[in-house]
Design a protein around this ligand. Structure first.
Ligand code: 0RA
Length: 646
């Protein structure tokens, strides 16, 4: 191509590219979900996914992720390097096309096996458009090539800057504060959890994470390395590290059915909770979908067939149903789908019909073999299933009690509930308050138009260690169901929560700001997590944050939520202040509680989110399980809050 033609072509295409970039910058949420912390971290996943693809194609084995001092991120791999030669159709370097053409990423490399890609699979050009600066460096064919960009626009054509004996791609980007106006600060734990997860999901790849903003006691940068030889098998052991296994080893399989790669790993433990995690193209499908229903079906039919033929069900008088096969089960299903259709509220539910049968068949084959080869384990599993069925029948009775007492079915509201007068759930708030005395203060301090109070007595039941029927028989828990107006069981799913008649759209947990309070808060959260997860997923659950101190000098008074704030106020007041430390809600009078914690004008409510269900599950099983030492350490670090968005 002559230089002139090249130029013309370049300008025509570059106009299109700019339109794409402008669109991304105008509507970033369409591409990355949101512009809060979630979207911010999504940028990293998007870039890492490209390297994962390269690794899955067998071209690289190491991906290094670095959080730099200025919150820019560097992702480096030792793959083939993004091609830098002329892209015939576009008339510029292929590197430039990948980096600037919105939508080019996925279609670029047709021949290679390409199924990964971020949640929206949008490609690195979107990251570029949303970064105030990005630099791409490619080591390829003995040379180093680079190009830099500002808000998605090239700063200069791709150039070679010297020789190189390496291979690979390095991308460094700095998120644009004009787009991410809440924060551009990366959270180490969030990235660490995701990199660990990716290492388990893609065995054999080494992923390192370095935080150049933080140093360890030894003076090194905070750093972790993740790699897994056994993949999902190891992931299961990690997830269940705080639970007691019921069978000796993790059951696992890996294969391809109807061109769909399927990987499954599972184990039974002695707990009563079902713990299923599913992934499509490395994306956690929180809302499940066809792969998960395929797994359930395969599991149920295979176990049922085995149980029937073994004669173990002969003397069982009650019906054994689907749910019973999953009590104490921890499982991961991971599939790769070429054109995934994501549905559901958060677009994390797989819709592709063909996947269901593929997973179901894979699970049946895997499990049939396992049961035949491990008759002892098979017996233990079937026994557990029978016990679960028995408990479920007891629970059904207890649950019917919960439902009968529901206000909509005429049973009346709990006596301890101080309800609000407004009838519109959208405006109404329910405060769950620890103890009768704080409950009394809250009743006096609230705005009774839209705020209701439900005092809970002392420590509520630890649902992590209780069988289902015990949970439904528990007074405090029954009160929560009744007050909220939610019922259990829909046509589709006997365990699903029915939120149609939810009476309050904000459910606020209000506990003392001390160790006991945080324990109670964790117990309540555990209950919501295990029994009312939809309530959390729909954004209805909040945590109140009462102040820790009252700083006073003469007529001046201010509340403080931390030591630093306390000292700052004290300094502002010129010293000589009186400081009151609030040990509990009960020490505040009604007016103070209103002012600081309940009044929508000045309070801080933290919405509880499940941004990582896998990690939340592990944490709840640790916090509430049998093993005391890790729990103590964890509560002391107060990291429960790490799972909660401000
Ligand atoms: C397409 C073709 C080739 C490499 C890549 C894509 C590639 C992309 C990324 C993104 C991050 N790291 C990457 N590494 C490689 C190379 C084709 C060839 O060399 O024949």
């Amino acid at each position: 191509m002559s230089e002139e033609a090249n130029k013309n072509q370049y300008s025509a295409d570059s106009i299109q590219a700019l339109e794409g970039i402008e669109h991304v910058r105008m509507r970033p949420s369409m591409y990355i979900g949101d512009v809060g912390p979630r979207g911010l971290h999504h940028l990293v996943y998007e870039v890492v996914d490209n390297s994962i693809d390269e690794a899955m194609g067998g071209h690289c084995d190491t991906i290094q992720v670095t959080i730099n001092e200025d919150n820019s991120i560097t992702v480096e791999d030792n793959g083939r390097g993004i091609p830098v030669d002329l892209h015939k159709k576009e008339g510029v370097s292929a590197l430039e096309v990948v980096m600037t053409k919105i939508g080019a990423g996925g279609k670029f490399d047709k021949d290679s096996y390409k199924v990964s890609g971020g949640l929206h699979g949008v490609g690195v050009s979107v990251v570029n458009a949303l970064s105030d600066h990005l630099k791409a460096t490619v080591h390829r064919d003995g040379k180093v090539w680079e190009q830099e960009y500002q808000r998605g626009r090239t700063l200069y054509p791709v150039k070679s800057t010297g020789a190189s004996d390496k291979r690979g791609t390095v991308v460094t980007f700095h998120p644009d504060a004009q787009i991410f106006d809440q924060t551009i600060e990366y959270n180490y734990d969030t990235l660490s959890n995701r990199m660990r997860e990716l290492a388990y999901l893609n065995k054999g790849i080494r992923i390192t994470l370095t935080d150049r903003r933080q140093k360890t006691k030894e003076g090194d940068f905070v750093h972790e390395e993740f790699s897994s030889q056994e993949g999902l098998k190891e992931f299961i052991r990690f997830l269940d590290s705080n639970r007691e296994p019921l069978i000796k080893s993790v059951i696992s399989m890996e294969g391809e059915k109807n061109d769909i790669p399927v990987e499954v790993a599972m184990i039974y433990n002695t707990s009563y909770t079902e713990n299923l995690h599913s992934y499509v193209n490395n994306i956690n499908t929180h809302e499940g979908g066809t792969h998960l229903s395929g797994f359930r079906r395969g599991l149920t039919t295979t176990l049922k067939k085995y149980a029937d033929s073994s004669g173990m069900l002969d003397k069982v008088k009650f019906e054994v149903a689907g749910d019973d096969f999953r009590e104490g089960l921890t499982a991961i299903v991971s599939v790769k789908v070429a054109e995934p259709q994501f549905e559901g509220q958060t677009k994390t539910k797989l819709g592709n019909r063909e996947v269901s049968a593929a997973v179901s068949q894979a699970v049946s084959e895997m499990l049939t073999d396992y049961l035949e080869e491990h008759p002892d384990d098979a017996r233990i599993i079937v026994q557990k299933v029978i016990l679960a069925a028995q408990a479920r029948h007891a629970a059904t009775k207890a649950r019917e009690m919960v439902q009968r007492k529901n206000p909509m079915s005429g049973g009346g509201l709990p006596g301890k509930l101080a309800d609000c007068s407004d009838q519109d759930p959208q405006r109404c708030e329910l405060f769950l308050v620890e103890g009768d005395s704080a409950g009394g203060t809250a009743k006096m301090g609230r705005d009774r138009n839209f705020q209701a109070i439900l005092p809970l007595r002392g420590k509520i039941l630890n649902v992590e260690k209780a069988m289902q029927h015990k949970v439904f028989e528990n007074e405090e828990i029954k009160n929560i169901y009744t007050a909220l107006g939610v019922t259990i069981g829909t046509e589709e799913d006997s365990k699903a929560l029915n939120l149609e008649k939810l009476r309050y759209h904000k459910v606020v947990i209000m506990c003392d700001a001390d160790v006991d309070g945080s324990h109670i808060e964790t117990l309540i959260l555990t209950f919501f997590f295990r029994y009312m997860r939809e309530l959390i997923e729909n954004g209805h659950v909040y945590i109140a944050t009462p102040p820790l101190y009252l700083v006073k000098k003469g007529a001046k008074k201010r509340y403080a939520w931390g030591d630093k704030e306390r000292d700052e106020i004290s300094e502002e007041f010129g010293g000589g202040v009186a400081i009151q430390r609030y040990k509990g809600l009960g020490e505040m009078n009604a007016e103070q509680l209103w002012e600081t914690t309940m009044n929508p004008e000045g309070r801080t409510l933290r919405r509880v989110t499940i941004d990582n269900a896998t990690e939340s599950d592990r944490i709840f099983s640790m916090l509430m399980g049998d093993e005391v030492p890790p729990r103590r350490e964890f509560i002391e670090k107060n990291a429960v809050y790490a799972k909660i968005d401000a």
